[in-house]
Write a protein that binds this ligand. Structure first.
Ligand code: BGC
Length: 783
């Protein structure tokens, strides 16, 4: 954990950072990239607002003032540490004021919201009221990882830049790009008046049909933790708070409020929990959102084990835990279990800590010290991240600049899954048939609380559920128009794909047919892996009519591809964000050489999964049920390896228009670290970016599966160029969890270190002998 007291002179960075060099070893990002703007040790004189910052602070708080500002202004003294300031504030607050700071409401100004406080930001997820008497601002909370979301149809003034989905950003395997993307959406959050962003999501993909896979970072703890940690760093570089969520094991939406996840602690510590741990270490988020589900019989938001023991004690988390929206259930169990803030209250009589926590304290069920701890954590965090000394205020947004950031992300995260030579499209291509997926007007986005309305609003109306988590929203970025720009000499014929026969006719005779297929996914629902609306039949029909058929997928996660052997190329564009149409067209034309790699495995069929049917399917809403994670830590490729099964497309796969060679692999145990060095060469004729993946495995076995991803590096190379790279493997990735001792244990022995281009690539290996080591459960990188 980083210290709260850092130099405030590292100025506010509310602009997206300029692109960094592309070479990004995950380990280097972990060590080097995490120091954020801070606010606690400034030499500047204390700033006591003569009038409270912004109109919202002038609104009466829910509690009566107890004293004039001046006598309680000490906590605003920037020369003090965050902890000292938070302590002074806690001492100055009345009990009602403390309770105000731990009680969160829905921000949406709709009739169903009983609490429509005037200071809430319109259409926003949440509001925690402030304490004007002491200059403590409201906490204005906005979703989520793809940008500033709205909870309903957004009027034009709430349209914001949409980043690609989280799974696309993870597919870049480029933490510097994720950080820049986070910087951009954090900038829009600040400029929209939000000081808390409810992003980033780091739940591992255990269920390929999970409706929220699009929000997360894939199936591997190192990749997901690194990429989400980087996004969080970027968001918080705007001196606002980011929120890592949904802690923990909230890996399906079916019965998300009633599912009881059963998992062995040793397995959780090296899979789902490790993803959170890495994201928290690398991103230093101010807040963690606990999830709706139960874990081993206890609601996550009441889990002493998850919140007090693992998060706060073992990992040394100094921020605060907020519940998922109205996910708090029992005041006493929540407060004593480690929950610091309830959120999303919208109905009268629902949980409102303002009253219920007061009663619990009066009864002696919760100690006053626990309330002080909650408030201390919240205040310390807002001070630490800069949201107190640099109050947020709505302001202008550089949409043109931000479009470049989202496009760069999309261009690196689109994954070329198959290519028999149809791509890139030849420069002299004269006829193209473009079919389906509303590619004439836009690109799909994911639904639910993370829904961003991109500039121009929804390009395709009337699709999907009329109400939340719908409707389906298309960002106004037309692949058709963009392809016309890319291929000015080509006649591009458009067919909407509604009738497969008409589509086949349109495809016949064209030099190449490009079919767009889309699957909308959303929060609160899970989805089948079969493409909806008979789009498989559409692809089959077009592929029969044209032997140069390219399929572009816009999906939230993996889908089944029954036609894959009958098409020439497949591009996974995920939900590519506000500039997605252009990014897709540039990858198709070859203006961009694809460099995205899968952060998940694509299954061949449902029966090869640990759970062919998602647990709880068909049960009445709110009926409790168990899901047994018998696969333990063998998630994704680890599962396939353990079962000796071959997925349709493996984790780590990503094709390029050039070729790479990797050699000179060596590995050595350097003091406490395993250092791996190798060389990557671009052996083709185009500039491109390679993702070198280092997998580790104990020669004698003993893990949940044969191997784990140990490190990775993305490198940009001109044709013929070579580069030596060095990455370090975090020793926890070489360890098992020693439950009786509460720590990681790296067993002495021989380990195979493999340099590969995917989880299925045999690559090349060396053996290294490592001594036995015990590693602490947390508190930063082990020594
Ligand atoms: C989601 C959270 C989100 C919150 C506020 C909940 O339904 O699970 O991810 O941050 O709503 O919108």
């Amino acid at each position: 954990m980083k210290s709260c007291s850092r130099d405030a002179r590292s100025a506010r960075k509310d602009r997206p950072r300029s692109a960094r060099p592309v070479v990004t070893a995950a380990a280097a990002a972990a060590i080097g990239g995490g120091l954020l703007a801070a606010s606690c040790t400034s030499l500047a004189p204390a700033r006591v607002p003569s009038s409270p910052a912004g109109p919202a602070l002038t609104a009466p708080s829910s509690t009566a003032p107890a004293a004039p500002v001046a006598s309680h202004a000490a906590w605003l003294d920037r020369a003090l540490s965050c902890d000292e300031r938070a302590d002074l504030l806690v001492r100055a607050l009345t009990r009602d004021e403390k309770l105000t700071l731990v009680t969160g409401y829905f921000g949406v100004q709709k009739e169903w919201n009983h609490y429509r406080f005037p200071e809430a930001r319109p259409q926003s997820a949440g509001l925690v009221r402030g304490v004007p008497r002491l200059g403590f601002p409201p906490q204005w909370q906005s979703d989520a990882g793809s940008g500033v979301a709205t909870q309903g149809e957004a009027p034009p003034d709430l349209e914001r830049t949409a980043l690609p989905s989280g799974i696309l950003t993870a597919s870049t395997w480029n933490p510097a790009l994720a950080e820049r993307a986070g910087g951009m959406i954090g900038n829009e959050a600040r400029a929209s008046g939000f000081n808390v962003m409810l992003a980033g999501g780091v739940n591992l993909m255990r269920e390929p049909g999970n409706g929220r896979n699009f929000e997360y970072g894939g199936e591997d703890p190192l990749l997901a933790g690194t990429m989400v940690g980087a996004l969080v760093r970027g968001i918080q570089s705007n001196r606002i708070v980011a929120t890592v969520k949904h802690y923990a094991l909230n890996d399906q939406e079916t019965g998300r409020r009633s599912v009881n996840v059963l998992i062995d602690e040793a397995a959780a510590r090296v899979s789902d929990l490790l993803a959170f741990q890495l994201a928290i270490e690398q991103g230093d988020p101010g807040s963690v959102m606990c999830s709706y589900n139960l874990v081993n019989g206890v609601y996550a938001c009441q889990s002493d084990w998850l919140l007090n023991q693992v998060l706060k004690r073992d990992w040394g988390f100094k921020g605060y835990v907020m519940s998922d929206w109205s996910g708090q259930r029992d005041t006493v169990l929540g407060a004593n279990g480690g929950l610091d803030q309830e959120t999303g209250v919208s109905h009268a009589g629902q949980y409102v800590w303002l009253d219920k926590l007061a009663t619990a304290i009066d009864r002696g069920d919760v100690s006053p010290a626990r309330l002080d701890d909650m408030v201390h954590r919240i205040a310390r965090t807002l001070i630490d991240k800069g949201a107190i000394d640099d109050p947020v205020e709505p302001g202008p947004i550089d949409f043109a600049g931000h479009a470049k950031v989202t496009q760069a992300d999309a261009e690196e995260g689109i994954v070329l899954l198959k290519n028999d030579g149809a791509l890139p499209l030849a420069a002299g291509t004269r006829t193209v048939a473009l079919v389906g997926g509303h590619a004439d007007v836009g690109v799909l986005t994911g639904g639910g609380s993370a829904q961003v309305y991109a500039p121009g609003g929804n390009a395709v109306r009337g699709l999907g559920p009329p109400h939340w988590p719908g409707p389906q929203v298309y960002a106004r970025s037309s692949p058709l128009e963009a392809l016309r720009t890319e291929l000015p000499g080509a006649a591009i014929r458009w067919n909407d794909g509604a009738d497969p026969r008409a589509a086949a006719q349109a495809a016949q005779g064209a030099e190449v047919a490009i079919v767009f297929v889309a699957q909308w996914t959303a929060e609160s629902m899970d989805f089948p892996l079969t493409l909806p609306d008979d789009q498989d039949a559409l692809v089959e029909a077009v592929a029969r009519a044209n032997k140069h058929t390219v399929v572009v997928l816009e999906t939230g996660g993996p889908v089944l591809l029954p036609w894959v052997d009958r098409v020439s190329a497949v591009l996974e564009a995920w939900y590519p964000g506000s500039a997605g149409g252009s990014a897709i067209a540039r990858v198709l034309s070859g203006a961009v050489n694809p460099s995205g790699h899968l952060p998940i495995s694509f299954p061949r069929s449902l029966d090869e999964l640990p759970r062919p049917t998602i647990a709880g399917t068909g049960l009445p809403k709110d009926q409790g049920f168990d899901v047994h994670y018998d696969e333990g830590a063998a998630v994704g490729y680890r599962w396939y390896d353990q079962r000796e099964r071959v997925p349709r497309f493996p984790f780590g796969l990503g094709l390029s228009y050039t070729s790479f060679a990797r050699d000179r692999l060596s590995a050595r145990a350097e003091s406490a670290k395993l250092e791996v060095t190798f060389r990557v060469r671009n052996t083709g004729k185009r500039a491109g970016k390679d993702v070198a993946q280092v997998y580790v495995s104990p020669v004698g076995g003993g893990w949940e599966a044969p191997k784990r991803l140990g490190a990775f590096a993305k490198v940009a190379l001109a044709p013929g160029e070579a580069q030596e790279l060095s990455v370090a493997v975090d020793p926890r990735l070489l360890s098992v969890w020693d439950a009786p001792r509460g720590r990681f244990r790296l067993a002495a022995g021989d380990y195979r270190v493999t340099l590969a281009s995917s989880a299925r690539d045999p690559g090349q290996s060396v053996i290294v002998t490592l001594p036995e080591r015990a590693l602490p459960a947390g508190a930063g990188a082990p020594q």
